[in-house]
Design a protein around this ligand. Structure first.
Ligand code: GLA
Length: 395
């Protein structure tokens, strides 16, 4: 990749005022729990997005995606969702920042923002692979705007605002995990995030003679956004029923297995077993994350890995967000004694599996899985070996 400052200079004929780098994320366990106020265990990775930015004075936002070689210009006032998805990851954030600074006591930033800016982006996070490339763009953009316009936002505010931008401009009613992990990641540490309170703790990830390997189905999961939103609604439907008897249940985080069995299993004939299955998975998974962290702290990677397999089973059978290719990849390693855990990661319907594999066996296992994947699907396996890295920062 060319130095982004050089590209910026060539594109806009002026120097960038700053460059911000924001990482993608992995998630060890805790999937589809974030929007249910549950726990997740993500970490930022050494694949990232960079943005270079400088102010303009003519009221236009000039954007360029270096990897796609696409340019788009929009007026800085009256921002609306755009037909091009990468553009929305930028302007959606601008819209949030404008909303925020319009209500701030000193609205000079809002006025300054209306004068526009130049921005270019590049990165090495595979798109649609479930590694949160979109959140990385959004976090890089908000971090850069915060710095350039001296907005004084905390990273917590930035996480919430980028999540809102994803809801409004990308149409995905995502949880907080991806943005939070991208903004708050620390090298070599995973974070246990309570998505209800946003309290988080870092734990060193010591996998001993094992390492993380991602197997990429190369099925892009972009089309899954509507199913994603449906899952969210199904969870809310479950909460609605539980609430009638237990008014203190506001989200699935507040519910336990007995309550889900008592009310949703018996109601299953009326509401369909789907809602029961979705809620059962979520309540189980929220418990599982907490137990998995105990395994990790006790150094019991085997028990941790087994929970990853259990998560995959739930995501595939009960939550129904897997796809045949992801299941093939998990099945390909399930009985291998050198793979302690494997599961689909992220929103689902494509993207990657995350695997915990014995270091000495990694290459042999990659070869075997690639063969199986080629035989059983029409796609070629891609492999990503990632390290846990620092969150969003100025370069
Ligand atoms: C996507 C969303 C996250 C989270 C995961 C599933 O990555 O953006 O908020 O819900 O799916 O755990």
């Amino acid at each position: 990749m060319q130095d982004i400052r050089v590209s910026f200079q060539q594109l806009f004929n002026t120097s960038a005022s700053l460059v911000v780098q924001s990482p993608g994320r992995i998630n060890l366990i805790g999937e589809h729990t974030d929007y249910n106020n549950g726990f997740v265990l993500p970490a930022a990775i050494d694949k990232s997005v960079q943005v270079a930015i400088a102010k303009r004075t003519d009221g236009a936002i000039h954007m360029h995606a270096i990897d796609l070689q696409e340019s788009v210009i929009v007026p800085a006032v009256g921002i609306q969702p755009h037909a091009t998805s990468w553009v929305n990851y930028i302007i959606g954030v601008v819209a949030q920042v404008q909303k925020y600074s319009a209500t701030a006591s000193n609205n000079s930033a809002a006025l300054d923002l209306e004068k526009g800016f130049d921005i270019c982006i590049q990165g090495d996070i595979p798109i649609g692979a479930g590694l949160s490339s979109s959140a990385a763009v959004e976090c890089a953009v908000i971090f850069a705007l915060n710095e350039m316009y001296q907005l004084g936002l905390s990273t917590m505010q930035m996480a919430l605002m980028t999540q809102q931008s994803e809801h409004e401009f990308a149409g995905v009613k995502c949880g907080i995990m991806d943005m939070f992990a991208s903004l708050h990641g620390k090298s070599n540490q995973v974070m246990l995030l309570d998505c209800g309170s946003l309290q988080h703790h870092y734990y060193p990830l010591d996998l001993k003679e094992y390492q993380i390997v991602l197997f990429d189905t190369q099925i892009k999961h972009a089309l899954a956004s509507s199913e994603y939103n449906t899952r969210r609604l199904e969870c809310e439907q479950g909460v609605g029923i539980l609430q009638k008897k237990y008014p203190s249940i506001k989200t699935l985080r507040d519910a336990n297995k007995q309550q889900v069995d008592e009310l949703l299993k018996t109601e299953a004939t009326l509401i369909g077993t789907k809602v029961y299955n979705r809620c059962k998975y979520v309540v189980d998974e929220i418990d599982r994350v907490q137990l998995a962290v105990k395994d990790l702290l006790a150094g019991d990677i085997k028990a941790f890995g087994q929970k990853m397999y259990d998560t995959h089973e739930g995501l595939s059978k009960l939550y129904e967000v897997s796809c045949p290719e992801l299941d093939i990849l998990v099945n390909a390693v399930k009985d291998n004694p050198h793979v302690l855990g494997a599961r689909m990661m992220g929103g689902g319907f494509g993207g990657c599996t995350i695997n915990i594999i014995k270091k000495s066996e990694v290459q042999a296992i990659i070869d075997t899985v690639a063969d199986i994947y080629a035989q059983q699907t029409a796609h070629t396996l891609k492999v990503h070996q990632v390290k846990i890295a620092q969150g969003t920062h100025i370069k």
